[in-house]
Design a protein around this ligand. Structure first.
Ligand SMILES: [Zn+2]
Length: 569
């Protein structure tokens, strides 16, 4: 391929002010005219690793048994899935500038590359690889950091303006575009995506008319209104009160897709059915939270007896997903809404997607353990333990220090630990999740299978590799590296040079997990920023045994690519 062409293209995108004529800006400005997509030209190199990268995602049927639903519930589901598909369309438009033009270019590829490239383009919702820093896996188009939320040709001065709240360009539910004069303006989603949002609102209203569940009806009607007026507060409040077999989480939520500022919310949808048995079991677990808080291995003065009792947890099966959550790595649990006003009034709701978890257990965790864990412990892995780990991880976010006092000043752990907060909090939730189970078992509660400690330990060990594999560049990966290295140091995890496998010693693991919980909670309780930095620096590392182990996992999938045969594409 021509080096000159790549440079010319990149130079143009990076310095678009110099390249773009005023006509281009005029073409770019209005939301009703197509953006200038001339940049989608150029050569079409495809990464040589395409097959290996495709193998990282294993297509997995997530279909759920819906035989217990009645005709009305099935009719509601159909409407909700149709609305979720619109969220998918809208997310495509938010994530990838000139998506249609880029996709059309795939037809130019040689026949033997087409199918794979199309599948990978679909997984990534565009030509930029979500697993590899958004580098293009096809073409040479520079990654649009701010996705399609902002014009591609922002100058530094314009970026500064966007970052200034007074300019009114930082709204959660607005796109930033240029007006006829080339000035930046904020366009509310309800206008910018009027067509899609009106169709989605119509489907939600139709579903509302069909459902016999009052909480679902109220949410759907309110969310339909929000699609048209960008005010999501009331429907977020109603979403907290949902109590229905068929449920949906739908709308603009997370802001990760906006890699430039993190201001703009991305459309997504989870259509789910709840499992009544699991919900009852959860109610029992929730009642244990105050007791567990009282049992934390830290001085009483640092305990918060009133914490964590408010946030509901739901266990559901995912019937369909669309938009943000479906791009790249699949969600197994989420915690919404993000609106602090709702969180203050009602807390937030944690939703665990049990069938997605089970799929990841079968497709990833088990093969990974077969490669890295001593054979006598591989058999101890269970989907139930993987589920319990995730469930108690989420519950544990509501235990331990939150609001704290430092030098007589009332503050929060989050504010004191700043950039290190997420890593330490994720490590805490993982470790405490195991600790809570062991604590309940030790107290004689009969919630768990007979061999729970063995099963939990082996499953936990395999889970560490699964998460570290995503890299230690972000909070979850770091948190898992911390646990691995801490437990290796304590002798709870052992490396067997001869077989190149790991084992976990439950006799050492159970007390070591308690020590880790204590150490982390004390860093949080006193808001020790420097101590946390030192703890992370010591343990969030990739020792030789671990990187060698991860090298052995090359052929094992990294994630599932969801297939919903009943509804899909
Ligand atoms: Zn977490």
């Amino acid at each position: 391929m021509s080096v000159f062409r790549i440079l010319a293209l990149m130079g143009c995108l990076a310095l678009l002010a110099a390249c773009s004529s005023s006509e281009e800006k005029t073409m770019n400005h209005a939301d009703s005219t197509p953006a200038d997509c001339a940049w989608t030209g150029g050569d079409l190199p495809v990464t040589e690793e395409l097959d290996a990268r495709l193998d990282a995602y294993v297509p997995t049927d997530l279909d759920v048994d819906l035989s217990h639903l009645d005709a009305a519930q099935l009719a509601v589901l159909e409407k909700l899935v149709a609305a979720a598909k619109i969220m998918d369309e809208l997310f495509v438009a938010q994530a990838t500038p000139c998506h249609a033009e880029l996709e059309a270019r795939l037809a130019e590829l040689p026949a033997d590359l087409q199918e794979g490239a199309r599948r990978y383009f679909a997984i990534n919702y565009g030509p930029w690889d979500r697993r590899f820093d958004r580098e293009p896996f096809i073409g040479t188009w520079p990654t649009p950091e701010g996705a399609n939320y902002y014009p591609l040709d922002l100058t530094e001065a314009e970026k500064a303006r966007i970052a200034d709240p007074a300019a009114g360009l930082d709204g959660l539910f607005t796109m930033v575009r240029r007006d006829a004069a080339g000035e930046l303006v904020a366009k509310p989603y309800s206008e910018f995506y009027a067509d899609g949002l009106e169709r989605a609102a119509g489907l939600l209203r139709e579903a509302a008319a069909l459902t016999e569940n009052a909480s679902l009806r109220a949410f759907l009607e309110s969310r339909a209104a929000a699609f048209l007026n960008d005010d999501y507060y009331e429907s977020d409040m109603l979403w907290m009160d949902l109590d229905s077999t068929v449920e949906v989480t739908i709308g603009p939520y997370e802001t990760y897709e906006d890699g430039l500022f993190g201001y703009k919310a991305a459309f997504e949808a989870f259509v789910t059915v709840t499992d009544p048995e699991q919900s009852e079991r959860l109610a029992v677990f929730k009642n244990e939270l105050p007791w567990l808080e009282s049992r934390l291995p830290i001085p009483d003065e640092h305990k918060n007896p009133n914490r964590g009792s408010e946030s509901p947890i739901r266990v559901v099966d995912e019937v369909y997903s669309g938009g943000d959550t479906r791009a790249g790595i699949q969600t197994i649990a989420f915690n919404l809404p993000n609106d602090e006003r709702v969180r203050e009034a009602k807390g937030s709701k944690k939703v665990l997607l049990r069938n997605v978890m089970n799929a990841k257990f079968e497709q990833i965790l088990k093969p990974l353990a077969e490669a890295l864990v001593v054979p006598e412990q591989v058999g101890d892995l269970t989907a139930e333990s993987f589920f319990l780990h995730t469930l108690w991880h989420e519950m544990s976010h509501g235990l331990g220090p939150g609001k704290i006092t430092v030098d007589g000043r009332e503050t929060e752990v989050r504010l004191e630990l700043k950039d290190h907060y997420s890593t330490l909090e994720e490590a805490k939730a993982d470790a405490m999740g195991e600790w809570t189970i062991f604590e309940l078992v030790a107290a004689g509660r009969d919630y768990f299978p007979e061999n729970i400690i063995r099963e939990q330990s082996a499953t936990y060990l395999a889970g560490l590799f699964r998460s570290v594999r995503f890299g230690i560049g972000e909070a979850h990966g770091q948190a898992n590296a911390i646990q691995f290295n801490y437990l290796l140091e304590k002798g709870a995890i052992a490396w067997h040079e001869d077989t190149e496998r790991f084992s976990i010693d439950t006799e050492v693991f159970v007390p070591a997990i308690g020590e880790m919980v204590k150490e982390i909670c004390m860093l949080q309780a006193v808001g020790d920023y420097d101590g946390t930095a030192a703890f992370i620096e010591k343990y969030a590392i990739m020792p030789d045994v671990l990187s060698r182990a991860l090298d052995k996992l090359a052929g094992i999938p990294v994630d599932v690519e969801p297939v919903f045969t009943r509804w899909d594409r």
